[in-house]
Design a binder for this molecule. Structure first.
Ligand code: ADP
Ligand code: YYY
Ligand code: MG
Length: 238
């Protein structure tokens, strides 16, 4: 378990002209400590400071699409909470049926289960840079992550997209997902507004939120995302 020990710097990205003016002040907490010495092969590199990015946004706002580009350019490990849950369904685990029913209903899977699955992925990774996509989707998710993983995100991206655009994209997604239908998407949008927006507000108030205008081409949107990560000079940390 990681424990945050110090806040070392405050970076004001809004001062950089390249960054969208909606981008908020970023508080970069640098240091974590751990009592666990490194390093066994195949386990998380505990001598590296984990860099955790939460990726928020409604269904179809383009989170997964943008995450793929961040992975390519900055070497992050992409953990999509939805993908992890779908893999759990496909593996016929004891929780599979419950997860499937929850997803079909457009509801949110119990937080402890999702966080433990994310934790397993983080611990089996050699990387220290994580994009946690589609999480936290509720305050309950957020608090469970803090309690179980013992860490907070370094930055939080929020892909801000109008409902009609999200609905259009989801209905054209064509990935055979059980939740990409008009009934489920309507429910998901209600759940998003009721449960996810409070999380967005939480990180906005803590100066960790980057609001991205998610309307436009994939490349136009990535032009807002790229500079946020470029600031950190990740190459030098590897
Ligand atoms: N900027 C964009 N403009 C139009 N369609 C997009 C854009 N970004 C992603 N898409 C498409 O919209 C659908 C939803 O995108 P996805 O990345 O899966 O969103 P999310 O993970 O937020 O649900 C996909 O079919 C994707 O190809
Ligand atoms: N933190 C999470 C993330 C996803 N889920 C469930 C409920 C969501 O509607 C589905 C699909 O999530 P996913 O992130 O893949 O969905 P989108 O890519 O935003 O369309 O998974 C969850 O219960 N808790
Ligand atoms: Mg997605």
């Amino acid at each position: 378990m990681w424990r945050r020990v110090a806040s070392v710097s405050h970076l004001t990205f809004a001062q950089k002209s390249i960054v969208n003016k909606d981008v908020c002040k970023l508080k970069f907490w640098e240091a974590f400590s751990t009592g666990i010495p490194r390093k066994e092969k195949g386990t998380f590199q505990r001598d590296k400071t984990p860099f955790i990015t939460f990726v928020l946004g409604g269904p179809g706002s383009g989170k997964g699409t943008q995450c793929m580009k961040i992975v390519e350019n900055f070497g992050f490990t992409h953990l999509s909470a939805g993908d992890i849950l779908r893999r759990e369904i496909a593996s016929n685990s004891a929780d599979g049926t419950m997860i499937l029913d929850t997803i079909k209903e457009g509801k949110i899977v119990p937080s402890e289960l999702t966080v433990k699955l994310i934790q397993k992925e983080m611990e089996s990774s050699d990387n220290y840079k994580f994009l946690i996509d589609g999480f936290p989707r509720s305050e309950d998710n957020r608090i469970a992550f803090e309690q179980i993983i013992g860490a907070e995100p370094d930055i939080v991206l929020f892909f801000d997209c109008p409902e009609d655009e999200m609905m259009k994209r989801v209905l054209n997604r064509n990935q055979g997902r059980v939740d990409d239908n008009i009934d489920t998407i309507k429910k998901r949008l209600k759940v998003f507004s009721a449960l996810n927006l409070p999380v967005v507000k939480y990180y906005l108030e803590r100066g960790k939120l980057y609001k991205i205008n998610a309307v436009g081409t994939v490349d136009e949107i990535y032009k807002q995302v790229y500079p946020l990560f470029a600031q950190f000079n990740f190459e030098q940390q590897v």
